[in-house]
Ligand binder design. Structure first.
Ligand SMILES: [Zn+2]
Length: 108
């Protein structure tokens, strides 16, 4: 039962941290801002990334572009948004929690 409360504390602190970061940011806008990313970048592609692409290693740029391409052209026929939520909001946290649960149980 102690493991359950440890995982709940980890999960709650992660949610609290996300809420804090989100609450401290200015209200989201779809207007283009030349100095920083906005929802415009999410919706239409990020010109900031195109300008800064050379400052990242090639493998990181390739990984990023492969990830976006995989999400857009997924085998389930989902939209980019649906695939993104399914993978990064549901599957990855569930897999991480399952692995953490297994690790903590094994350490007993
Ligand atoms: Zn941007």
């Amino acid at each position: 039962m102690k493991i359950f409360w440890i995982i709940c504390a980890i999960l709650f602190s992660a949610i609290l941290f996300m809420w804090g970061v989100n609450a401290s940011q200015p209200k989201a806008t779809h207007q283009f801002d030349p100095n920083k990313c906005t929802r415009f970048c999410h919706d239409k592609g990020c010109p900031h990334f195109e300008r800064r692409k050379n400052s990242f290693p090639d493998w990181a740029v390739s990984l990023y572009q492969s990830n976006i391409s995989m999400l857009k052209n997924n085998v389930f026929g989902l939209s980019y948004r649906e695939a993104n939520v399914l993978l990064y909001v549901l599957l990855v946290p569930i897999l991480s929690l399952t692995l953490l649960w297994g690790l903590l149980r094994k350490k007993k």
